[in-house]
Ligand binder design. Structure first.
Ligand code: 13P
Length: 247
């Protein structure tokens, strides 16, 4: 059985002070669960967030990382730097990184190798644009993103893949649970072509306008092991998503 993973991606929201206040006010509520719960916070909030959740079962992750150990890469952060903060997870290849910061499948692949070598847990993000959904080419897009990302990598249960269709991110228009399941099941099939064992162990998440009202339907799906939540993870109400099975 795969353990459920509910993750919040704060993107470029919350200062250190706001991060401290969020956990001071809500940590006890969020800790009442039997799932893996992870908050992906801005780099400058990592130390504070790790300190805030120290005595709980909540984990902290970073939203990006550079694939080199160190070097003349102004503005970048290495895996070792992340590890020292106490972060355990890293997002790789989020569609906003691909769209605004030129992140390619090849960079995603290098980052995945670096993150696994460092002993951190990666969540690889994949997802098609609206045009590929409309033209019916979305599975082809997902296939390329997944195979390019994992090329030459021995996957284990630390790795998760998040299917986040770009048209569903921040739009309030989530993919239907059937649409999400179709792609998540397809992704598991792709991984099984590489390793049957890995395909049974790795967690596949859905992301894109997840909220307290649609979480139950999404989590009913056989191949969806969790969610990656943007906007709705910034508010205390995120606990309704984390504890969707208790409502
Ligand atoms: P929203 O939940 O705001 O649509 O964002 C999804 C996302 O990009 C999570 O990484």
């Amino acid at each position: 059985m795969r353990r459920e993973l509910i993750a919040g991606n704060w993107k470029m929201y919350k200062t250190q002070k706001e991060t401290k206040a969020f956990f001071d006010n809500n940590l006890a509520l969020f800790s009442q669960n039997d799932k893996d719960v992870v908050f992906f916070v801005p780099f400058t909030d990592l130390n504070q967030a790790v300190q805030s959740v120290e005595k709980s079962n909540i984990e902290i992750g970073a939203q990006n990382v550079h694939f080199e150990n160190e070097g003349a890469y102004t503005g970048e952060i290495s895996c070792e730097m992340l590890k020292e903060t106490g972060a355990k997870y890293v997002l790789i290849g989020h569609s906003e990184r691909r769209k605004y910061f030129g992140e390619t499948d090849q960079m995603v692949n290098k980052k995945l190798k670096a993150v696994l070598n460092a002993g951190l847990c990666p969540i690889i993000c994949v997802g098609e644009q609206l045009s590929a959904r409309q033209s019916g080419e979305y599975l082809e897009v997902i296939k390329n993103q997944v195979f390019n990302a994992v090329e030459g990598v021995a996957l284990d249960e630390r790795t998760a893949i998040a299917y986040e269709p770009v048209w569903a991110i921040g739009t309030g228009k989530n993919a239907s649970s059937m649409q999400a399941e179709e792609v998540c099941s397809f992704v598991r099939g792709l991984i099984s072509e590489i390793s049957k064992e890995a395909s049974e162990k790795i967690r596949i998440l859905y992301g894109g306008s997840v909220n307290p009202n649609n979480i139950k339907d999404i989590m009913k799906m056989k191949n969806i092991d969790g969610v990656l939540v943007g906007g709705a993870s910034l508010k205390p109400d995120f606990v309704k998503i984390v504890q969707y099975d208790k409502q």
